[in-house]
Ligand binder design. Sequence first.
Ligand SMILES: NC(=O)c1ccc[n+]([C@@H]2O[C@H](COP(=O)([O-])OP(=O)(O)OC[C@H]3O[C@@H](n4cnc5c(N)ncnc54)[C@H](OP(=O)(O)O)[C@@H]3O)[C@@H](O)[C@H]2O)c1
Length: 288
Amino acid sequence: MILITGAAGKTGQAAIKALVARRQPVRALVRRDEQIQIVKFLGAKEVITGDMRDATTLKKATQSASAVYHICPNVNPDEIQIGKTVIAAANDADVDRFVFHSVLHPQTEEMTHHWNKLRVEETLFESGLSYTILQPASYMQNVLAGWQAIVEHGVYAVPYSVETRMSMVDLEDVAEAAAVVLTEPDHLGATYELAGPEVLTQSQIAEILSKHIERKVRAEQIDIDQWTRQAQASGMGQYQIETLIRMFRYYDHYSFWGNSRVLSQLIKRQPTRFEEFVERTLRGRTQH
Ligand SMILES: NC(=O)c1ccc[n+]([C@@H]2O[C@H](COP(=O)([O-])OP(=O)(O)OC[C@H]3O[C@@H](n4cnc5c(N)ncnc54)[C@H](OP(=O)(O)O)[C@@H]3O)[C@@H](O)[C@H]2O)c1
């Protein structure tokens, strides 16, 4: 039985699908009762409802599990403590392998949520567990949050320079890589950077969108104050807002990109290009 934490989030759902496709039994840890149906529909065999910060919940969730795939909720102020709690529970349950969903470049202190993941990695090194660490770049799926503005107004808005370079990765490729390291031998002790196959500026992303959406799409930098007002209106917490602003400033200064060789090796094919992701997204939307 493979336990997935954060199972009802977008990464968790992709991981369930990839593991179920390999006929692996999945136990999903979700926070709310309404999420039980979502993960069951995707094929999770067992579901535990509870708070990831709670050791008793984690004890129950890890019991008799052979492996744990730990996915912490995004930009969570308690990420280090949650990591320690999950690692301790996995150790007590004597699991065979522990896969931590980290992030590309956790070494960047300036990005608090990356730096917190580095501390969890450190805890893992010292835990005695057989571990694998995955460090994905930002997901292509993040573009979907602004899909309506792209399609209806031809604007791809980002709160950093349109010249920012990124090697976005398809979450489905990341989930496939996770399924590989969770089920195949020879990945223990490894730390894998998972980046997409192209390094694109935001303007190049807009050009690709233009080509496929059949309308001119332009990349536009929105200012941080405007982004903050929108984030506050959507109910985002202060910690998340401040942390994401630091990340946007970092992207703006240094870009955020990596290499896709490791990912191709893991999934034994070329990782998805952004153009292919857009085509797949459009096919999915016309089918609904
Ligand atoms: N997005 C990217 O581009 C990217 C790239 C690399 C790495 N990552 C990392 O991937 C991880 C997952 O991101 P995501 O966007 O898939 O996450 P997400 O969609 O925010 O999902 C998190 C899930 O965890 C649940 N949750 C929140 N607090 C909880 C708690 N205390 N106890 C139990 N469950 C709780 C959430 O439930 P509710 O709905 O109730 O909140 C949600 O179902 C993050 O650590 C992120 O840093 C993301």
